[in-house]
Ligand binder design. Structure first.
Ligand code: GLP
Length: 265
Protein backbone atom coordinates (compact mmCIF):
# COMPACT_ATOMS: atom_id res chain seq x y z
CA UNK A 1 0.00 0.00 0.00
CA UNK A 2 1.35 3.40 -0.96
CA UNK A 3 0.27 6.27 1.30
CA UNK A 4 0.65 9.83 0.04
CA UNK A 5 -0.09 12.73 2.35
CA UNK A 6 -0.68 15.90 0.34
CA UNK A 7 -0.56 19.45 1.71
CA UNK A 8 -4.17 20.13 0.90
CA UNK A 9 -7.34 18.97 -0.84
CA UNK A 10 -6.42 20.57 -4.15
CA UNK A 11 -3.10 18.76 -4.41
CA UNK A 12 -4.75 15.51 -3.35
CA UNK A 13 -7.34 15.88 -6.11
CA UNK A 14 -4.74 16.79 -8.75
CA UNK A 15 -2.60 13.80 -7.86
CA UNK A 16 -5.56 11.39 -8.09
CA UNK A 17 -6.69 12.88 -11.42
CA UNK A 18 -3.09 12.67 -12.68
CA UNK A 19 -2.95 8.94 -11.95
CA UNK A 20 -6.23 8.41 -13.82
CA UNK A 21 -4.91 10.53 -16.71
CA UNK A 22 -1.80 8.36 -16.91
CA UNK A 23 -3.97 5.25 -17.00
CA UNK A 24 -6.10 6.66 -19.85
CA UNK A 25 -3.02 7.61 -21.84
CA UNK A 26 -1.67 4.07 -21.55
CA UNK A 27 -5.06 2.40 -22.12
CA UNK A 28 -7.67 4.70 -23.70
CA UNK A 29 -10.42 2.09 -23.26
CA UNK A 30 -9.82 1.73 -19.53
CA UNK A 31 -12.57 0.60 -17.21
CA UNK A 32 -12.89 3.03 -14.32
CA UNK A 33 -14.66 2.33 -11.05
CA UNK A 34 -16.07 5.58 -9.70
CA UNK A 35 -17.20 6.86 -6.33
CA UNK A 36 -19.55 9.55 -5.07
CA UNK A 37 -19.48 11.67 -1.90
CA UNK A 38 -17.89 15.08 -1.44
CA UNK A 39 -14.30 13.77 -1.44
CA UNK A 40 -13.85 12.92 -5.16
CA UNK A 41 -15.49 16.15 -6.40
CA UNK A 42 -12.08 17.86 -6.75
CA UNK A 43 -10.71 14.88 -8.69
CA UNK A 44 -13.66 15.03 -11.08
CA UNK A 45 -13.19 18.79 -11.50
CA UNK A 46 -9.57 18.22 -12.45
CA UNK A 47 -10.52 15.43 -14.89
CA UNK A 48 -13.04 17.79 -16.51
CA UNK A 49 -10.31 20.44 -16.77
CA UNK A 50 -7.91 17.90 -18.30
CA UNK A 51 -10.60 16.99 -20.82
CA UNK A 52 -11.50 20.58 -21.72
CA UNK A 53 -8.04 22.14 -21.68
CA UNK A 54 -5.74 19.26 -22.54
CA UNK A 55 -8.00 17.03 -24.61
CA UNK A 56 -8.04 14.05 -22.25
CA UNK A 57 -10.20 11.60 -24.15
CA UNK A 58 -12.99 9.59 -22.54
CA UNK A 59 -14.57 8.36 -25.79
CA UNK A 60 -13.56 4.73 -25.15
CA UNK A 61 -13.72 4.77 -21.36
CA UNK A 62 -16.20 2.52 -19.57
CA UNK A 63 -17.30 3.33 -16.01
CA UNK A 64 -18.93 1.45 -13.15
CA UNK A 65 -20.09 3.31 -10.08
CA UNK A 66 -19.85 1.72 -6.68
CA UNK A 67 -23.33 2.24 -5.36
CA UNK A 68 -26.76 3.83 -5.47
CA UNK A 69 -29.54 4.47 -3.00
CA UNK A 70 -32.43 2.05 -3.30
CA UNK A 71 -35.59 3.69 -4.56
CA UNK A 72 -34.04 6.86 -6.01
CA UNK A 73 -34.50 7.20 -9.79
CA UNK A 74 -31.55 8.60 -11.81
CA UNK A 75 -33.35 11.95 -12.10
CA UNK A 76 -33.53 12.41 -8.31
CA UNK A 77 -31.10 15.21 -7.31
CA UNK A 78 -29.75 13.10 -4.42
CA UNK A 79 -29.27 9.97 -6.50
CA UNK A 80 -25.70 9.01 -7.21
CA UNK A 81 -26.46 8.85 -10.92
CA UNK A 82 -27.52 12.49 -10.84
CA UNK A 83 -24.40 13.37 -8.84
CA UNK A 84 -22.17 11.71 -11.44
CA UNK A 85 -23.94 13.42 -14.33
CA UNK A 86 -23.53 16.84 -12.71
CA UNK A 87 -19.95 16.41 -11.52
CA UNK A 88 -18.42 14.44 -14.35
CA UNK A 89 -20.34 12.73 -17.12
CA UNK A 90 -22.05 15.73 -18.68
CA UNK A 91 -18.73 17.58 -18.93
CA UNK A 92 -16.68 14.89 -20.72
CA UNK A 93 -16.98 12.94 -23.97
CA UNK A 94 -17.94 9.55 -22.53
CA UNK A 95 -20.64 7.77 -24.57
CA UNK A 96 -23.75 7.38 -22.37
CA UNK A 97 -23.85 3.65 -23.14
CA UNK A 98 -20.44 3.22 -21.47
CA UNK A 99 -21.72 4.50 -18.11
CA UNK A 100 -22.93 2.08 -15.45
CA UNK A 101 -24.41 3.21 -12.14
CA UNK A 102 -26.44 0.72 -10.09
CA UNK A 103 -30.10 1.27 -10.83
CA UNK A 104 -31.92 2.24 -7.63
CA UNK A 105 -35.30 1.43 -9.10
CA UNK A 106 -34.46 -2.09 -10.24
CA UNK A 107 -37.53 -4.32 -10.15
CA UNK A 108 -35.60 -7.34 -8.95
CA UNK A 109 -32.62 -6.17 -6.92
CA UNK A 110 -31.04 -9.61 -6.75
CA UNK A 111 -31.18 -10.09 -10.49
CA UNK A 112 -29.89 -6.60 -11.05
CA UNK A 113 -26.90 -7.19 -8.75
CA UNK A 114 -25.94 -10.39 -10.57
CA UNK A 115 -26.29 -8.56 -13.90
CA UNK A 116 -24.08 -5.69 -12.67
CA UNK A 117 -21.33 -8.08 -11.62
CA UNK A 118 -21.56 -9.83 -15.02
CA UNK A 119 -21.27 -6.47 -16.80
CA UNK A 120 -18.04 -5.70 -14.94
CA UNK A 121 -16.60 -9.06 -15.97
CA UNK A 122 -17.79 -8.62 -19.59
CA UNK A 123 -16.03 -5.23 -19.70
CA UNK A 124 -12.78 -6.96 -18.76
CA UNK A 125 -12.75 -5.96 -15.08
CA UNK A 126 -11.99 -2.62 -13.47
CA UNK A 127 -8.59 -1.08 -14.21
CA UNK A 128 -8.68 1.64 -11.56
CA UNK A 129 -11.22 1.89 -8.76
CA UNK A 130 -11.62 5.25 -7.04
CA UNK A 131 -12.84 5.08 -3.43
CA UNK A 132 -13.74 7.38 -0.57
CA UNK A 133 -14.18 6.26 3.02
CA UNK A 134 -17.26 6.65 5.19
CA UNK A 135 -17.11 7.87 8.79
CA UNK A 136 -17.53 4.27 10.00
CA UNK A 137 -14.80 2.99 7.70
CA UNK A 138 -17.03 1.78 4.89
CA UNK A 139 -16.00 1.63 1.25
CA UNK A 140 -18.90 2.03 -1.19
CA UNK A 141 -21.78 1.16 1.18
CA UNK A 142 -20.09 -1.85 2.79
CA UNK A 143 -21.03 -1.07 6.34
CA UNK A 144 -19.24 -2.57 9.38
CA UNK A 145 -19.80 -6.32 9.45
CA UNK A 146 -19.92 -6.69 5.66
CA UNK A 147 -18.19 -9.84 4.53
CA UNK A 148 -14.78 -9.07 3.10
CA UNK A 149 -15.72 -11.44 0.26
CA UNK A 150 -19.08 -9.76 -0.41
CA UNK A 151 -20.41 -9.08 -3.91
CA UNK A 152 -22.83 -6.50 -5.31
CA UNK A 153 -25.98 -6.64 -3.19
CA UNK A 154 -28.50 -4.74 -1.11
CA UNK A 155 -27.17 -3.25 2.13
CA UNK A 156 -28.94 -1.57 5.02
CA UNK A 157 -27.22 1.69 5.97
CA UNK A 158 -26.05 2.30 9.53
CA UNK A 159 -27.49 5.14 11.58
CA UNK A 160 -24.13 6.90 11.40
CA UNK A 161 -24.10 6.77 7.58
CA UNK A 162 -27.67 8.04 7.46
CA UNK A 163 -26.65 10.90 9.78
CA UNK A 164 -23.45 11.62 7.77
CA UNK A 165 -25.31 11.69 4.47
CA UNK A 166 -28.27 13.70 5.80
CA UNK A 167 -26.38 16.89 4.81
CA UNK A 168 -27.27 16.16 1.17
CA UNK A 169 -31.00 15.80 1.96
CA UNK A 170 -33.40 18.23 3.66
CA UNK A 171 -33.46 15.96 6.73
CA UNK A 172 -32.27 12.55 7.95
CA UNK A 173 -35.73 11.00 7.45
CA UNK A 174 -35.34 11.49 3.70
CA UNK A 175 -32.10 9.49 3.49
CA UNK A 176 -32.91 6.06 2.03
CA UNK A 177 -32.27 3.17 4.44
CA UNK A 178 -30.99 0.82 1.76
CA UNK A 179 -28.48 0.93 -1.05
CA UNK A 180 -27.25 -1.30 -3.86
CA UNK A 181 -23.49 -1.55 -3.49
CA UNK A 182 -20.55 -3.38 -4.98
CA UNK A 183 -19.19 -5.78 -2.38
CA UNK A 184 -15.77 -5.66 -0.76
CA UNK A 185 -14.86 -8.73 -2.82
CA UNK A 186 -15.98 -6.96 -6.01
CA UNK A 187 -13.85 -3.93 -5.16
CA UNK A 188 -10.78 -6.01 -4.34
CA UNK A 189 -10.87 -7.46 -7.87
CA UNK A 190 -10.04 -4.07 -9.41
CA UNK A 191 -6.50 -4.09 -10.77
CA UNK A 192 -5.61 -0.84 -9.01
CA UNK A 193 -7.33 1.14 -6.28
CA UNK A 194 -7.10 4.79 -5.26
CA UNK A 195 -8.55 5.61 -1.83
CA UNK A 196 -9.12 9.30 -1.12
CA UNK A 197 -9.81 10.93 2.23
CA UNK A 198 -9.92 14.55 3.23
CA UNK A 199 -10.49 16.45 6.48
CA UNK A 200 -10.00 16.03 10.22
CA UNK A 201 -13.20 14.06 10.65
CA UNK A 202 -11.64 11.20 8.65
CA UNK A 203 -8.23 11.14 10.42
CA UNK A 204 -9.08 8.49 13.05
CA UNK A 205 -10.89 6.09 10.73
CA UNK A 206 -8.17 6.44 8.06
CA UNK A 207 -5.54 5.46 10.66
CA UNK A 208 -7.64 2.47 11.70
CA UNK A 209 -8.15 1.36 8.11
CA UNK A 210 -4.51 1.70 7.07
CA UNK A 211 -2.60 0.85 10.23
CA UNK A 212 -5.12 -1.16 12.23
CA UNK A 213 -6.06 -4.83 11.89
CA UNK A 214 -7.89 -6.13 8.84
CA UNK A 215 -11.46 -6.49 10.00
CA UNK A 216 -14.96 -6.53 8.58
CA UNK A 217 -15.73 -3.88 11.24
CA UNK A 218 -13.76 -1.38 9.13
CA UNK A 219 -14.28 -2.58 5.57
CA UNK A 220 -11.65 -0.16 4.17
CA UNK A 221 -9.05 -2.19 6.10
CA UNK A 222 -9.55 -4.99 3.53
CA UNK A 223 -7.55 -2.83 1.12
CA UNK A 224 -4.44 -3.90 3.02
CA UNK A 225 -4.79 -7.23 1.20
CA UNK A 226 -4.81 -5.66 -2.26
CA UNK A 227 -1.57 -5.62 -4.20
CA UNK A 228 -1.84 -2.17 -5.81
CA UNK A 229 -3.51 0.45 -3.62
CA UNK A 230 -2.57 4.09 -3.33
CA UNK A 231 -4.11 6.04 -0.46
CA UNK A 232 -4.09 9.78 -1.15
CA UNK A 233 -4.87 12.01 1.80
CA UNK A 234 -4.82 15.67 2.61
CA UNK A 235 -2.80 16.68 5.68
CA UNK A 236 -5.88 16.70 7.95
CA UNK A 237 -6.99 13.20 7.00
CA UNK A 238 -3.43 11.93 7.48
CA UNK A 239 -2.99 13.60 10.88
CA UNK A 240 -3.42 10.44 12.98
CA UNK A 241 -1.16 8.07 11.06
CA UNK A 242 1.62 6.64 13.20
CA UNK A 243 3.95 6.19 10.24
CA UNK A 244 3.22 9.54 8.59
CA UNK A 245 6.92 10.48 8.55
CA UNK A 246 7.80 7.25 6.79
CA UNK A 247 5.06 7.74 4.14
CA UNK A 248 6.30 11.28 3.50
CA UNK A 249 9.87 10.06 3.23
CA UNK A 250 8.92 7.30 0.77
CA UNK A 251 7.05 9.81 -1.38
CA UNK A 252 10.02 12.18 -1.44
CA UNK A 253 12.36 9.35 -2.48
CA UNK A 254 10.00 8.23 -5.22
CA UNK A 255 9.54 11.79 -6.53
CA UNK A 256 13.30 12.20 -6.73
CA UNK A 257 14.35 8.79 -8.03
CA UNK A 258 11.42 6.89 -9.60
CA UNK A 259 8.61 9.39 -10.30
CA UNK A 260 7.00 6.93 -12.73
CA UNK A 261 6.29 4.66 -9.74
CA UNK A 262 4.17 7.25 -7.93
CA UNK A 263 0.66 5.88 -7.70
CA UNK A 264 1.88 2.30 -7.52
CA UNK A 265 2.24 0.34 -4.30
C1 GLP B 1 -21.07 7.50 0.95
C2 GLP B 1 -20.60 6.68 -0.26
C3 GLP B 1 -19.14 6.32 -0.17
C4 GLP B 1 -18.32 7.53 0.20
C5 GLP B 1 -18.77 8.07 1.54
C6 GLP B 1 -17.94 9.24 2.05
O1 GLP B 1 -21.42 6.72 2.02
N1 GLP B 1 -21.38 5.51 -0.41
O2 GLP B 1 -18.73 5.78 -1.42
O3 GLP B 1 -16.95 7.19 0.25
O4 GLP B 1 -20.12 8.47 1.37
O5 GLP B 1 -18.46 10.45 1.59
P1 GLP B 1 -17.70 11.83 1.69
O6 GLP B 1 -16.66 11.79 0.63
O7 GLP B 1 -18.76 12.85 1.38
O8 GLP B 1 -17.16 11.93 3.06
Amino acid sequence: MEVIICDNYENMSKLAAGIIRQQLLIKPNSVLGLATGSTPIGTYKELVRLHKEEGLDFSQVVTFNLDEYLGLPPSHPQSYRYFMDQNLFKHINIPPGNIHVPYGHAESVMEFCAWYEAQIVAAGGIDIQLLGIGGDGHIAFNEPGSSLGSRTRLKTLTEQTIKDNARFFSNADEVPRFAITMGVGTILEARRIILLASGRSKAAIVAEAIEGPITSQVTASALQMHRDVVVILDADAGAKLKRADYYRWVYEQKKRLVPQMIGHA
